[in-house]
Design a protein around this ligand. Structure first.
Ligand code: G2I
Length: 452
């Protein structure tokens, strides 16, 4: 809240100082500053959610959890609900990692999408060894046990994932389910799912179905048939993993619309777009606009919080870089949603920094600490961070930074010196300080780094 107020004050200050700005521009700026300032809140204002795939093992990382909690209002467990994670041994169910994600999400008021009940991948080997009769009962039991466990907690399930082949055939993909149970396995999975949790939305989810093509035509025909025959299906997920070989199709919106016209909701379920800068930002903006243009497109999920942990990290396909700095793609997505385009109501510059600590020297009753300050993906002109030394330690001197202390000399805020505030994206500088231990050898604790 304090940061946000300070940021708004900075925006207001700049607005006032720039007396050459026409009145109409001033009005536009103040409107921008007051707009929704997270992906989730901006999407909610449009009656939609904006979510991210989440991995349980990163929830303990402060920057990961705080970015998730600040920006998103829906989560999809990235791997934790898959068959190999929940039933690696037949009849023995493990929910601890998925429970961690669901607990976190529900505690923050986020929706959870269940991913996924029946999929050929991440399938334990015992499943592929079963006879048809046995496989049918194992599939229905898996759906039943997992859905029972999460009954009431999951707004939508990817009941069946990726059951169609790539390419022009429009055929079903070979899998233990397809090969032994035939086409009817999808219908059976949906009927079982409905009987277990009638309140959950039941979705079919796939990739390379984002535009009109042979594969999406085959899915379309299946959904049309399901609706005609009363097979329970509520939604279709379009994964939307894009890169230069598989760009955002020009008929993306039209394709979403034709499915919506069958009487199902549509969702963008695993969005990531490889690239960087303006090109990536334009693509993200266009995807968001396509969803907003289709009234039954009820939400967008990006496939990860940060490039740092993306399944294709080297393609930097997400909205936050590996230092959790918001990328131009973030601003484009937020702006398309009608938000301010700046993370957490930031100052609009995109300036961020991170800090790390090392002890450079230590002796009997003292040590020299070194803090490295690194700019995020935008250039910065000033930085500031907190350093707390554990009492009764006392900071006796600092260099390469401009400190202010509390009265006890244990908490200081260090701002850049006149000569080391400006850093290029990703560049680092450091400052140092000498501490008198006074009998306590514990290391100092750093506060968050803020930049402008
Ligand atoms: O491949 C991208 C996605 C395509 N649609 C379905 C999604 O469920 C799928 O997600 C990815 C996860 O993002 C990866 O994290 O599914 C992959 C597996 O098919 C996941 O990768 C696996 C690795 O292959 C394993 O080695 C690893 O143990 O992640 C596991 C957990 O980290």
């Amino acid at each position: 809240m304090a940061t946000s107020n300070r940021s708004r004050a900075r925006v207001a200050l700049r607005t006032g100082v720039a007396s050459i700005l026409a009145a109409v521009t001033v009005a536009a700026l103040s409107q921008t500053a007051a707009a929704a300032d997270s992906l989730g809140s901006a999407a909610a204002a449009k009656g939609r959610y904006f979510g991210a795939a989440v991995a349980a093992n990163h929830l303990g990382e402060t920057a990961y959890a705080s970015t998730l909690d600040r920006e998103f209002n829906q989560v999809t467990p990235e791997n934790e609900m898959k068959w190999d994670a929940t039933e690696s041994t037949r009849g023995s169910f493990t929910f601890s990692n998925a429970d961690q994600i669901v607990g976190h999400a529900l505690g923050k008021g986020m929706k959870v999408r269940g991913h996924t009940l029946v999929w050929h991948s991440q399938l334990p080997s015992w499943v592929s060894g079963l006879s048809a009769t046995d496989l049918r009962s194992a599939m229905n039991n898996h759906i039943t046990q997992v859905m029972e466990h999460y009954k009431g907690d999951i707004y939508a399930w990817d009941v069946v994932n990726e059951a169609f082949q790539d390419g022009g055939s429009g055929a079903r993909r070979s899998s233990p389910f397809q090969d032994k149970l035939g086409n009817g396995f999808i219908e059976e999975a949906f009927r079982t799912a409905r009987s277990v949790d009638p309140a959950a939305k039941l979705c079919y989810n796939d990739y390379n179905t984002d535009g009109v093509n042979a594969k999406s035509n085959a899915v379309y025909a299946m959904v049309k048939d399901f609706k005609a025959r009363g097979v329970p299906i509520d939604c279709v997920g379009f994964q939307s993993h894009f890169n230069s070989a598989s760009p955002v199709p020009s008929d993306y919106q039209a394709n979403l619309q034709r499915f919506a016209d069958l009487g199902v909701d549509v969702q963008i379920t695993e969005l990531d777009i490889e690239g960087s800068g303006t090109a990536q930002a334009t693509n993200y903006g266009n995807v968001v606009k396509a969803c907003l243009a289709v009234s039954r497109c009820t939400g967008i999920t990006v496939w990860g919080v940060t490039d740092k942990y993306s399944w294709r990290s080297s393609g930097t396909p997400l909205l936050f870089d590996s230092n959790y700095a918001a990328k131009p793609a973030y601003s484009a997505a937020l702006t398309a949603l009608g938000g301010s385009g700046t993370p957490g109501g930031g100052d609009g510059s995109g300036a961020t920094c991170s800090v790390s600590y090392t002890t450079s020297e230590a002796w009997n009753d003292g040590y020299n600490g070194k803090v490295t300050v690194t700019a995020g993906s935008s250039p910065i002109t000033a930085w500031s961070t907190g350093v707390t030394v554990p009492a009764p330690q006392k900071v006796v001197t600092t260099w390469n930074g401009s400190p202010s202390w509390d009265s006890g000399g244990t908490v200081m805020t260090v701002k850049n010196a006149a000569y080391n505030g400006s850093l290029a994206p990703g560049a680092s500088t450091s400052f140092g300080f000498t501490v008198q231990k006074n009998g306590n050898g514990a290391a100092p604790v750093l506060g968050a780094c803020t930049a402008s």
